[in-house]
Design a protein around this ligand. Structure first.
Ligand code: PMV
Length: 355
């Protein structure tokens, strides 16, 4: 399915009033998306685990306009308070999805949103936030067009979320989600995320993600700026190729259950993402001294104790410590005794992936 498949076929009969709520989780990429083209299409395939605890909960409250006009009328409330600073990003989102959700200008609406994780934690909420909002809009569509199929609805939700924030399309459904067409993954698409369609070894079906909060500040570089730095980047083509090769490698790792190969690939992906930022123009270092200290500690501990664990990073300083459930009895005391002191106010968020 592509753009034109997601355009309304009939003019829906709209309600006068309505309330639609939904929630969506955050995700953590194993193979990273960094670089886009056209309308939020990825330059390479990415794959992510869907988290269980870190979520955004959103409610959209609609009231039909008395007099139709050609403007979006909406207000955003975060944790009960008006949040004007969130509105420009939502406005861009609404403009991008207008072709596919044509009734938005017929309503005045309020968007009420909150996260289950602390807002200032440095955890990106754009994936879960845009995914939750896309789900609300699809609920409206389902209520006015009850004939739409589940498959259409799943694909369109992810398609819309992508137009809000690329990685959000991996947060609308599924536990291990692939986004971006890849020749070895049947059904994969650059327009929306799909559930990883192949066998996954039990080693990778109950995984912990302990997020070590190294920096709570605002991002130094927004994702859209970061993606744009991949245009004219000296290593861009090699990076996109590397990511696609890593998807191929990951398919066999996920079947075989090879922890060592898994962590080698996931860590290399995280460091490659940061290497792209360090070698772009302008360049950025998003890791902090404590990020490196934590990485050193993880490697030291892994070598000494022969325990299955590894890390990944997003476009920021926080470290996601990934490990299977079986490593939990060793890793939890390690976090408490050796890593917490590198975190802001000793903060860590323990999340997990299960399927
Ligand atoms: O969804 P965006 O545009 O915020 O991009 C985020 C990209 C990374 O989080 C850095 C990597 C990924 O694949 O999630």
């Amino acid at each position: 399915m592509q753009n034109q498949d997601f355009i309304y076929k009939v003019t829906p009969v709209l309600p006068e009033l309505g309330k639609y709520s939904s929630e969506a989780p955050s995700n953590i990429a194993l193979v990273k998306y960094w670089g886009k083209y056209g309308e939020q299409l990825p330059k390479n395939t990415s794959i992510s685990y869907t988290l269980e605890e870190c979520k955004t909960k959103t409610e959209v409250v609609l009231k039909k306009k008395i007099k139709a006009d050609n403007q979006f009328h909406f207000e955003v409330f975060f944790e009960g308070k008006r949040k004007v600073s969130f509105e420009p990003k939502i406005d861009v989102f609404l403009k991008r999805i207008e072709t596919y959700v044509p009734f938005l200008k017929s309503f005045e609406f309020e968007i009420h949103t909150k996260n289950t994780f602390p807002h200032s934690s440095g955890i990106a909420s754009s994936a879960s936030g845009m995914a939750a909002l896309a789900k609300c809009f699809m609920k409206i569509e389902a209520s006015v067009s009850p004939e739409i199929s589940n498959v259409y609805s799943e694909h369109k939700t992810s398609f819309l979320a992508r137009l809000g924030s690329g990685s959000a399309c991996r947060s609308t459904g599924g536990k291990l989600v692939v986004w971006g067409e890849h020749k070895e993954i049947e059904g994969s698409s650059s327009f929306y995320g799909i559930d990883y369609p192949y066998e996954v070894h039990s080693n990778f079906r109950l995984f912990k993600d302990s997020i070590l909060l190294i920096d709570e500040g605002q991002k130094q570089v927004s994702s859209s700026l970061g993606h744009n730095l991949m245009h004219n980047h000296p290593f861009a083509e090699q990076r996109f190729q590397q990511a696609d090769n890593n998807i191929t490698k990951l398919i066999s790792i996920l079947t075989s259950g090879d922890y060592e190969a898994f962590f080698a690939l996931v860590e290399s992906e995280a460091l490659s993402l940061h290497a792209m930022m360090m070698t772009s123009s302008p360049y950025f270092i998003l890791m902090q001294p404590n990020t490196l200290q934590v990485i050193e500690k993880i490697w030291e501990f892994r070598k000494k104790e022969n325990v299955h664990l590894g890390f990944t990073l997003d476009a920021g300083a926080n470290v996601h410590l990934l490990y299977p459930e079986s490593s939990d009895p060793m890793v939890r005391p390690f976090i408490d005794s050796q890593l917490l002191s590198f975190c802001v106010n000793n903060k860590v968020i323990h999340d997990q992936i299960q399927f």
